[in-house]
Structure formats: C-alpha cells, structure tokens
Design a protein around this ligand. Structure first.
Ligand code: ADP
Length: 497
C-alpha cells in the first residue's frame, strides 16, 4: 500500500492539496480558487465555510487522481495563509462572521493609535512584530467590537478563535481539537515568542478573552486525528506551519543563516536565525519558524510589497507583454536596461525605506528606450529590492549569507535568477520541487508521524534543479546598487496625502 503524505495548502486565493510519496516526489495535486470579498475599499474577507469546502474538495480530488484510498495517506500536514482571523461557535461550528484576511486594512487607524501611544516597543519585544493591520490581534479586537453578541458569547466560553490552520484542524477533527502551531501563533500579535505563550498584557490590551484561544503546539507532532466521517479514515494530522515558514522548511533552510526568497505576487524573504529571535528595530519582523520536539527555530522576515505583481502590471495595465513568461525573452533582447530603472513603489515602500508616500517611478528614459528595456527594468526591480532586503538582514544579524534559495511563480524566470545572483555575488538555487510550501508542510508531518527521523533526512530529499553562480565582480555590483538607490531616492515622498 502506498504511504502518502498529504499537504493541505490553504492560500489566499486558492485552496490546494498536494500528495507526496515518501521520497518527497509529487504524486497528485488539485487546486480550487474561492471567492474574495471586498465589502469596502481596503477591506478583504473570506467565507470560512468556502475555505473549508474548497480545501476538503481538493483533498478528495487529489486522492481520487491517484486511485488510492484514504488508508494510503500516512499523515496530513497543513500550511496556510497566515494571520487571517476566524471566530466560530464552539457548539455549532458556524463562523460568527466572515474571516478577516491578512490583507485587510480596516484596523489601520487602530494600529496608528497603538504606535502613537508608544506601544510599538512593547509589542516588538514580546511578539517580534510591529503594530500593523496585517497581524491578527486588531482584527480579532474589531470582531468583538463590531459583531453583535460576539464578545458576550466569547466570555461565556462559547466561541473559538483561530487562524486558518486552527479552523481547518477543528473541522478535520470533527470539532475535537482546537489548537495551532507556534509559527501561526507567532503571527497573531498576542503571542510571546520568547516564552512561547499567549500574553496576558496583550490579551488585555485588545480585550481578548483567554478562553477562546487555541492550544499552541510544536509544528511537528500529533495535533489530532481526522474524524473518519470527515475524511474516510482517522488519519493523523502531524504537521502545521504558516505558509512562509513552511516554505523555509521545505527549501531546506534548517540552519542559521540560510535564507529563501519567494518571488510571488509580493516577495517574502525569510532567514533562519537559529534558536533565538533577533531583536531589531529596522522594520523586519522576528517570527517563530517552527518547533520540532523542544527545539524552536526562529526567523527574520522581510517583505517586498510589489514583486511579481510588477510583471502583472506590464501585462494587464501597460499591455506590453502578453504573458509573464514572455518577459524573459524580451529582457534578453537587450544588453542592459539602457539606464532605465523601475521602482515599483505602487503602494509606497517598506523596509528599509518605510515611505508610504513613495510612488512608482520609471526613470532614465531616453529617446532610445524601448519596450525591452522597460521589461528588463521590471524584472531587475525584483532583484534590486530583494538585494536591499538581504543587505538589511546581513546588517542586523551580522551574518554573511552564502546562498539564496528561491521559489514562487517568478522564480521560473531564469533571467531574473541570473541577475539576482550577479547582484548578490552569491549562488541562487532553485529546488526541483518548487512547491516548497506544500513540501514543507508534508515534511513536518512526515517527521511528526515518524516517517523521517529529522530535518537532515528531509534535507536529503531536496534536490537542486538549478544553481546559478554570480558572474560579475564587486565593482559592477556596487555601481548597479548605487544607481538603483538613486532611482529609489527619486520615488520617495511623492504622494501628497
Ligand atoms: P502568489 O502565490 O503570490 O499568488 P505565485 O507564486 O503563483 O504568486 O507567482 C505569481 C507571480 O509571479 C505573478 O505576479 C506573475 O506575474 C509572476 N510570474 C509568473 N511567472 C513569471 C515569469 N516567468 N517571469 C516573471 N514573473 C512571473
């Protein structure tokens, strides 16, 4: 009988399921998009029941494709869009309202208030995060202040709060288990990442009753068993991690100083910082990467707001490319950008600039500039932004990075990876399985169920598909970065509020 690991990958726009065999090879997969709700400008919601039904749907679909039965699934790993906040009725399992998605900005004013009240330092020291609508705490506070009856029910111990992993775990176990893992807990802004426990001062600050919180468990180990009437067999659920942390694990970044970048719609750079969180005040966040047994690994995280979405902009707004993949061919038609730089500060700039009034800037245009130069400048912008974030991480950790592992949709672009390697002066490595998020969840589940002995065994399953060495020298790099920074200067302080 086959011995599959099933990864449930619950993302922001789609629910996916990938089945892996014991060697980490993909056996089958299925994906479903589900509806996004935008009730007001800047608000983003999901229907928790649609999250659940799409996720269970793709799980069955992937399994059916193999022709095997549920008994062939040795263990389940869950990975998920992080921070998204769900509150449901303990008895009926009905959500009290729609899920408030990580992208939702409805609590921006509240976060501004927290900053103005001088609470950023306390929040950063305890949680590794900065007051931002992104994280769950202010979303949960919003629900209790705005959904009639929610707070009273919560105080009577009749509701559960959870991020998407908890919600799926609860549904999968037929309402028997209300738990989360440390990596997801560390994104709520209610969790002390040093003591690994829910923090009373923060719970007080946001008016959150302790009774509603999930039990926090290591990322690998037994969370519970799927209810047989839900999945058809009592399969153990033995791995959970937030999507970026799962990707870090799935890329084999298990040792301090190892680093991965996901080139998706946005860019997510995570660096393993070992067994202690890094204290810094540069706008990066410190987060729990995962916990296996007693051993906790931390990570430093930085995000680039506009990464692959700049390519979507070329395609959908400018209409100068038909497909994202075509950008590679066009970029290679010219030797360089002819002095053109694109700073895709469409929504302002994050670390290390932190300027919400920065705006997209295309600069250096001459009469000779053509479409290929602009396409090339767009691809290069992903690499420049990543390089700046890496430089910042090297500065705050005092560690020199040896190689960059990559995944995400735009990592299919070899031109981008070559330019990235040149700009960093280190090799860029793409694994053969670019589904590193799902693989990370499956691998955590595999360790949790005793199929793999350790991270080392997981690492031995990861094979390199592409390794690109840097071809340029330091002088070239410095000149390139200097010019990029000049372009960024021009993009700053543009929008008048
Ligand atoms: P997400 O999971 O964030 O939705 P993906 O990891 O699927 O995103 O990556 C999709 C992004 O990658 C899109 O923004 C797309 O424009 C970009 N992309 C996809 N293929 C390529 C390519 N060959 N070259 C450049 N960008 C690409």
């Amino acid at each position: 009988m086959p011995n599959y690991l099933m990864a449930l990958d619950q993302g922001t726009t789609s629910s996916r399921c990938i089945l892996f065999d014991e060697k980490g090879a993909i056996v089958a997969s299925a994906a479903h998009e589900f509806p996004q709700y935008f009730p007001r400008e800047g608000w983003v919601e999901h229907d928790p029941m649609e999250i659940w039904s799409s996720q269970i749907g793709v799980a069955s679909e992937a399994l059916l494709k193999t022709g095997a039965t549920w008994r062939s699934v040795r263990a389940i790993g869950i990975t998920n869009q992080r921070e998204t906040t769900i509150v449901w009725d303990k008895k009926t399992g009905a959500p009290l309202c729609r899920a408030i998605v990580w992208q939702c900005r409805r609590t921006a004013a509240r976060c501004e208030e927290l900053r103005a009240a001088g609470l950023s330092g306390m929040i950063r020291e305890k949680t590794g995060l900065l007051p931002d609508p992104y994280f769950s705490a202010t979303k949960l506070e919003w629900i209790f202040q705005n959904v009639p009856g929610a707070l009273e029910k919560a105080k009577r111990g009749e509701v559960c709060f959870g991020t998407v992993d908890s919600w799926l775990l609860w549904k999968l176990t037929g309402g028997r288990v209300h738990a989360t893992d440390v990596s997801n807990a560390s994104r709520t802004m209610l969790f002390n990442i040093h003591t690994l426990s829910w923090d009373d001062e923060l719970l007080d600050l946001f008016g959150i009753p302790r009774e509603i919180l999930p039990t926090v468990l290591p990322s690998s180990g037994l969370f519970g068993y799927a209810a047989p009437d839900v999945l058809g067999a009592g399969i153990p659920i033995t791995g959970i991690a937030g999507d970026q942390q799962a990707a870090l694990f799935g890329e084999g970044c298990h040792t301090p100083g190892s680093l991965k970048n996901t080139y998706g719609t946005g860019g997510f750079l995570l660096m393993n910082t070992g067994t202690a969180p890094v204290e810094q005040d540069e706008g990066l966040v410190s987060t729990v990467a995962w916990q296996i047994g007693d051993l906790v690994n931390y990570a430093l995280e930085g995000s680039v707001f506009v990464c692959g979405s700049a390519v979507q902009w070329l395609r959908d707004q400018l209409g100068i490319v038909k497909t994202a993949a075509e950008t590679e061919k066009l970029a290679r038609k010219v030797e360089d950008t002819g002095g053109v730089y694109l700073v895709p500060a469409f929504t302002g700039l994050g670390a290390p600039y932190w300027d919400p009034t920065a705006r997209g800037t295309l600069i250096g245009i001459t009469r000779a500039t053509n479409r290929n130069h602009i396409v090339r400048a767009t691809l290069e912008s992903m690499a420049y932004q990543t390089a700046e974030m890496i430089a910042l991480m090297e500065r705050v950790t005092g560690k020199k990075i040896a190689e960059l592992r990559v995944d995400g949709g735009a990592s299919a672009n070899r031109f981008l990876l070559e330019f990235q390697a040149d700009l960093l002066g280190i090799p860029v490595v793409r694994p053969s399985c670019i589904e590193s998020t799902a693989f990370g969840a499956a691998a955590l589940a595999g360790i949790g169920v005793g199929l793999y002995a350790s991270e080392n065994e997981v690492a031995s399953l990861i094979t390199e598909e592409t390794r690109i060495d840097a071809r340029q020298n330091d002088a070239w790099r410095e000149e390139k970065m200097r010019a990029w920074k000049r372009a960024v200067e021009r993009s700053l302080a543009w929008a008048e509020k």
